[in-house]
Design a protein around this ligand. Structure first.
Ligand SMILES: NC(=O)c1ccc[n+]([C@@H]2O[C@H](COP(=O)([O-])OP(=O)(O)OC[C@H]3O[C@@H](n4cnc5c(N)ncnc54)[C@H](O)[C@@H]3O)[C@@H](O)[C@H]2O)c1
Ligand SMILES: CCCCCCCC=O
Length: 810
């Protein structure tokens, strides 16, 4: 058996033990990788320095920082990614359990490239481990020193049977490719990409191909050329142009070519001094073969800047080429070096035509101040990724799928995309053996009437409340009986029963009702739980809803002496809050929800977007006990109001939950007052009309501005990022807790807490989740008179800290 065969056989055997599937094992391995990057940073950087002359800071900034971010994301989200994913159902499957179960694929082969040797080899490995696979890791032999360090270090930190490293060049890789894998993840050039796919085809092994190609960069004359050229120069000359998504060439009108050259030259000097050769931040070509390849490309083109070189040192200066023709040598293949050709086009039309004549690139860059230009470029071209007015940074956004299209590759990764790419998303439908009558509409003999019923049941998706669902099940039972007994039921071609899909402004807009019902039957508040129950109290929510065990959970205790005062938190703008409307309140089984129309909107408050209102609800105690969810310096308040908003353009929690600030929750604490708060009377009275789970009523002439102060008086608040406080505890909430409290008398509190019942029938009291650990999060406090200029900076800062990507966002 060859060394390669042995490694694959070992990995397969280890996979078959099943240990890679345990989520705990996966998290442990990912944490070990975290430890490797903390403990061995200097060894890693020293090897990369020898291979590519990258500085220690450069290696951290462009390689290991991103990996640390990916590791944090995978560790924090793994339970949620690996959990079964409930899906929408049609009427035919309403009583079934229908979900997607992510499963490991088996043994994955990871073939890395040399230019960012850690990033492009370990990032797929993070996905493979997170998804529960075994993986054979083949670093590029071209980065000699790094390959050796990987071979030495990885077995010291991660399970060496499950994740063996195989070093070697073409013959070794080809021997590996003769083995059977369950997935091959290849990063490198397109020519070899085709060989990989050919080898994979023999076993029908799926592949991810992260390839390269010529990534165009159009610079419109309508833009700030100094900034555009600085960003292009950074994208091009970082790592000496040996970046898969480096702008390969510039397209611009002849009238701006000279300015572009001058500005790029200025940026080169700013970044790398007058003598880049001695600048520690300027790299080297990986080897002499590539040095010669790049130097050959200069033939027939005019050097406008740079051009110096030294073969023995693999040094090629940052170089600009002017008036380059499409037939020039440098335009025949991906440059992958520090040459920047400029080609003339008459304008946007010709640029688009030129781009579309070539293969679909991995990245496409467009610099313009005109949105119409940017929109046309996105609409009329195709590429793996598209960036307007910047270069490279999309690689660092874990929520974007990274990958090519056509000749630049297939498949994608980063963040959850890596997990999904290396998982099998198995469709599961678990049906019971009852309700057979409903199925008879699909059994022969087939008749037009049965087809009518089938159309009705298959084409309608379900989004009903608890009561609706129960009613529907009852209808289905009747239908089952009828269809079973006779096929002569008069069938209305266009039923009056309208099962509307979720739309904005519904009373339960943040998750589909069928999902909500399934979820609500499985969890309890502590007050509701008894030993006979099968439902889970807050301590056990995480067993069923993995996000509830995450690291950004709500509510929290706010320690007022530890909050960070932040002047970048401005006031809010409420829109629609003074309108008088009729609203519906419904007993949802765990609380009562007051639906708000989508015309109520929220902007400002340093939130990263515009939000529309969905509903509000209260959390309360009982019998004089406090019931707020958040506490301040350990003090729990009598009651808490939550106003839920969803970020535009999301239409549901399912969409918003992938965005760390997809939901904005405004929270108000209540304080006991000696007098009644008259504005609460209609709400309290309405609760008396929705005593039981599923019941609803309308409150006429309601104004939100009657129960909360106007936005002008709400400039003082706490801000942190957290989660919903009921299962599934989605970690997608930008929380705002206002300092201003709202008054409520003890008589009103009693009235509120004594009226409704849980879905289990017990009195609905103490409906709050206990406070959750802060887990390193920062709570901010606004400061009156905030400067608007700091708003985005604040949000970008908070989100980047949480995503572990601060290094790439300045
Ligand atoms: N899309 C991305 O994420 C990404 C990232 C980095 C590099 N790239 C692309 O990779 C290219 C540069 O890398 P490279 O191809 O020079 O890297 P490389 O020479 O390191 O080759 C990549 C891998 O393929 C293996 N290999 C090479 N020839 C082979 C053959 N004949 N049979 C089997 N295996 C073989 C190597 O051993 C290596 O592990 C550029 O085109 C660049 O754009 C893409
Ligand atoms: C912002 C850093 C970009 C790193 C890109 C590495 C992958 C492609 O070569």
């Amino acid at each position: 058996m060859s060394r390669e065969q042995q490694a694959v056989a070992r990995a397969r055997k280890a996979f078959e033990t099943g240990r890679s599937k345990s989520v705990e094992h996966r998290i442990r391995q990912l944490k070990n990788l975290q430890r490797l990057f903390t403990e061995k940073q200097s060894v890693i950087s020293a090897a990369v320095k020898k291979d590519l002359n990258k500085s220690e800071v450069g290696t951290q900034l462009y390689e290991t920082l991103g990996l640390e971010g990916e590791l944090n994301t995978a560790i924090n989200h793994l339970k949620e990614w690996a959990a079964p994913r409930p899906v929408e159902k049609n009427l035919l499957t309403i009583s079934d359990t229908v979900y997607i179960k992510p499963e490991p694929l088996g043994v994955v082969l990871i073939i890395g490239a040399w230019n960012y040797p850690w990033a492009v080899t370990i990032q797929p490995l993070i996905g493979a481990i997170a998804a529960g696979n075994a993986a054979v890791i083949k670093p590029s032999e071209v980065c000699v020193h790094t390959a050796k360090v990987m071979e030495d270090l990885l077995p010291l930190y991660i399970d060496k049977e499950l994740y063996p490293v195989v070093t070697g060049g073409v013959p070794e890789t080809q021997e590996l490719l003769r083995q059977r894998f369950d997935h091959i993840f290849y990063t490198g050039n397109s020519v070899v990409g085709k060989l990989i796919m050919e080898a994979a085809a023999k076993n029908l092994t799926p592949v991810t191909l992260e390839l390269g190609g010529k990534s165009p960069c159009y610079i419109d004359k309508n833009c700030d050329l100094t900034i555009a050229c600085r960003r292009v120069a950074w994208g091009k000359y970082t790592n000496c142009g040996q970046t898969c998504i480096a702008p390969d060439y510039i397209l611009c009108e002849p009238s701006i070519q000279d300015r572009v050259i001058e500005e790029v030259k200025k940026a080169i000097k700013e970044f790398y001094t007058d003598n880049p050769k001695t600048c520690p931040d300027y790299g080297r070509i990986i080897n002499q073969r590539h040095f010669k390849r790049i130097m050959n490309m200069l033939e027939g083109s005019t050097v406008a800047a740079g051009g110096d070189n030294e073969e023995s040192d693999c040094y090629i200066a940052p170089t600009v080429l002017r008036d380059v023709k499409p037939e020039a040598k440098v335009m025949q293949e991906e440059i992958f070096g520090p040459l920047l050709p400029i080609l003339s086009v008459s304008g946007l039309d010709e640029a688009i035509k030129f781009i579309n004549k070539g293969e679909k690139p991995l990245a496409l860059y467009c610099f313009s101040s005109d949105n119409k230009v940017i929109n046309r470029m996105t609409d009329e071209t195709s590429s793996g990724g598209f960036l307007a007015n910047d270069c490279l940074v999309h690689f660092s956004v874990g929520s974007l799928p990274f990958g090519g299209v056509g000749n630049s590759g297939m498949g994608c990764y980063h963040g959850k995309y890596s997990f999904d790419q290396l998982s099998h998303l198995r469709s599961c439908l678990i049906k019971k053996l009852n309700m057979e009558g409903v199925n008879s509409m699909r059994y022969p003999p087939h008749t037009p009437k049965k087809l009518g019923w089938a159309r009705f049941f298959i084409l309608n998706s379900v989004d009903l409340g608890w009561v609706g669902r129960m009613a529907l099940l009852a209808v289905m039972a009747v239908v089952a009986a009828v269809v079973l007994q006779t096929t002569s039921v008069p069938f209305k071609e266009k039923s009056n029963v309208h099962f509307k899909p979720f739309h904005q402004g519904d009373s339960e807009p943040i998750r589909s009702a069928s999902h909500r019902t399934a979820v609500s039957a499985q969890w309890c508040y502590q007050s509701q739980y008894s030993c006979d129950d099968t439902c889970r109290d807050p301590i056990r929510w995480a067993a069923q809803f993995p996000s509830c065990g995450g690291l950004r959970q709500s509510p929290i205790n706010i320690v007022s002496t530890k909050v960070h005062v932040n002047s970048a938190l401005p006031p809010f703008n409420f829109i629609g809050h003074t309108n008088t409307i009729n609203i519906t309140v419904e007993n949802k089984g765990h609380s009562a929800h007051f639906a708000l129309p989508q015309s109520f909107r929220l902007t400002g408050g340093a939130l990263p977007g515009h939000y529309r209102a969905a509903q509000f609800h209260f959390h309360w105690g009982g019998n004089g006990r406090p019931g707020s969810e958040h506490t301040i310096d350990g003090e729990q308040f009598p009651m808490e109001l939550h106003i839920v908003h969803i970020k535009e353009p999301y239409g549901s929690l399912a969409e918003a939950e992938h965005d760390m600030a997809g939901i904005a929750l405004l929270a108000f604490l209540f304080e006991e007052s000696s007098d009644d708060n008259p504005h609460l009377d209609s709400l309290i009275a309405s609760l008396g009309r929705v005593k039981n789970n599923g019941s609803s009523t309308v409150i006429p002439n309601f104004r939100l501005s009657d129960i909360i102060p106007s936005d002008k008086d709400l400039f003082s608040y706490y801000r942190y990022v957290g989660s919903m406080t009921t299962p599934g505890c989605e970690q997608a909430v930008a929380w705002t807790l206002f300092h201003r409290t709202l008054p409520i008398s003890s008589r009103q509190l009693d009235a509120i807490t004594q009226q409704c019942r849980f879905w289990t029938g017990q009195p609905m009291t103490d409906i709050f989740r206990p406070t959750q650990p802060l887990d390193g999060r920062v709570v901010y406090r606004s400061k009156a008179g905030a400067a608007l200029g700091g708003v985005m900076h604040w949000w970008v800062g908070v989100s980047s800290v949480l995503l572990g990507r601060t290094g790439l966002i300045h």
